[in-house]
Design a protein around this ligand. Structure first.
Ligand code: PLP
Length: 446
């Protein structure tokens, strides 16, 4: 490999040492990384001292910004007291217990127990395993299929990447695995038929799900998994009445609902949970990311009393529930998550999101008539601008870096998900810097 010119010392070491997620590895060998070395509030700084407003909260997770000292102190205190312990075979630690209780008390539907993971992918992957175990407990060995949706994002492990409904997550990874299937993407702007109302579109989506269940055989369909709003697939909001109609179908065929709250939970959509915003009554909930404001790797799966009872019964029959990660309920990640949840409460994070949301949503919608812009969408402090020119997203993202704002191109959809602690001025600055990048893109593409 020829060493590319103009790379920093860290850049050279990075391309010599690392495989990067979601990166064209060959391009990276010549382009190298943007090396971030510091964070402060909603800003991060690269190795050359250039500062960027982080309009994606990293990967949709750093809700409290990049310099919350209480989270660092919580980690340090816990490290000094009990830096590591596991939860296998009847062991527990005090902070893990407290965190489980806290999550159960906050849940958007009655939940019985919490299982901890290290990530969102492990949470959705575990949810699939729990659904299979549940149906074995109920002596329904055929009822194992999990229905996800085209454009869904549920992670990258073998099962969770199978749930993910994006072609590149399957291609050449030999996925999806058996028993995971996909129904339609409920994006009215893209897939609504001429003259079809949002409600009629939602009805059609529910009918399509019902047809899929009937085609597969209701006795083979175990669960349906959905993000309340689809994040990484392009910030796609459910059409009006969608979840009401979908849940009626699930109920009819005794299909569990898994709400993947990995992006939506903890205030992002203007309620504590996306399930509250869109009226989901899940049997299983997964969360991660903002659970620790992204400061520690932690995820969780919550299960309803009905699901838990079956798991418990089956483990009694077998003699053990053989699932769990070395770091499930890790004391340091748990301590940081507990402190994060405490801070959300003190800041009244939901009220804060609701008060800031109009500023961001109106600001995004002010680009609606721009010649490059198709649909503008969003809720709370998450939003997206869909560009109408193919290939413009990557270009715009680079220009945004130039103007000092980090946004995420999901193809030609530009996502916005700023830290929830952003000030009004910082929301304005995000929009202002984005508008400079959009204008550069217009000039380049027209
Ligand atoms: C809805 C959803 N589920 C699951 C995941 C996977 O989480 P992780 O990257 O922590 O494995 C993500 C990540 O973006 C997500 O957005």
């Amino acid at each position: 490999m020829n060493e590319p010119a103009g790379l920093s010392e860290f850049g050279k070491r990075d391309i010599a040492s690392s495989i990067h997620p979601y990166t064209n590895l060959r391009v990276h060998e010549s382009q190298g990384p943007l090396v971030i070395t510091q964070g402060d509030g909603v800003y991060v700084t690269d190795e050359n001292g250039k500062t960027y407003l982080e309009a994606m909260s990293g990967l949709w997770c750093v809700s409290l910004g990049f310099s919350q000292p209480r989270l660092a102190e919580a980690a340090y205190r816990q490290m000094m007291k009990l830096p590591s312990y596991h939860t296998f075979a009847h062991k527990a630690n005090d902070v893990g217990i407290e965190l489980a209780e806290k999550l159960l008390s906050m849940a958007p539907a009655p939940m019985s127990k919490v299982f901890f993971t290290n990530s969102g992918s492990e949470a959705t992957d575990s949810a699939v395993k729990l659904v299979w175990y549940y149906n074995n407990a109920l002596e329904r060995p055929k009822k194992k299929k999990v229905i996800s949706r085209i454009k869904a994002y549920h992670g990258v492990t073998v099962a969770s990447a199978s749930l993910t409904g994006l072609a590149n997550n399957h291609r050449d990874f030999d996925l999806p695995i058996t028993n995971i299937i996909h129904t339609e993407c409920p994006h009215w702007y893209r897939h609504g038929q001429p003259g079809e109302t949002e409600e009629d579109f939602a009805t059609r989506m529910a009918q399509s799900l019902e047809q899929l269940i009937l085609r597969e055989g209701a006795d083979t369909v175990a669960a349906f998994i959905a993000e309340p709003l689809m994040g990484a697939g392009g910030v796609i909001l459910p059409p009006a009445t969608y979840f009401e109609k979908i849940q009626a179908v699930l109920k009819k065929y005794d299909v569990l609902l898994i709400a993947d709250e990995v992006i939506c939970a903890f205030g992002r959509t203007g309620n504590m949970w996306g399930s509250d915003t869109y009226g989901l009554k899940p049997d299983i909930i997964t969360c991660a990311k903002a659970l620790s404001s992204g400061y520690q790797p932690i995820g969780a799966v919550m299960v309803s009393p009905l699901v838990y009872d079956a798991l418990s019964r089956q483990s009694a029959k077998i003699g053990v529930f053989s699932h769990g990660f070395t770091y499930s309920g890790h004391p340091v990640t748990s301590a940081v998550a507990l402190e994060t949840l405490k801070i959300y409460e003190e800041l009244d994070i939901v009220a804060r999101v609701r008060s800031l949301a109009p500023r961001m949503q109106n600001g995004l919608r002010s680009f609606s008539n721009h010649p490059l812009v198709g649909e503008v969408r969003g809720i709370g402090l998450i939003g997206a601008i869909e560009l109408v020119v193919e290939g413009a997203g990557a270009f715009l993202s680079k220009r945004a870096h130039h103007h000092g704002v980090i946004i995420r191109p999901l193809g030609d959809v530009i996502a916005f998900c700023p830290p929830l602690i952003a000030s009004e001025n910082e929301i304005d600055l995000m929009l202002e810097r984005f508008s400079l990048a959009l204008e550069d893109t217009r000039q380049a593409f027209q």
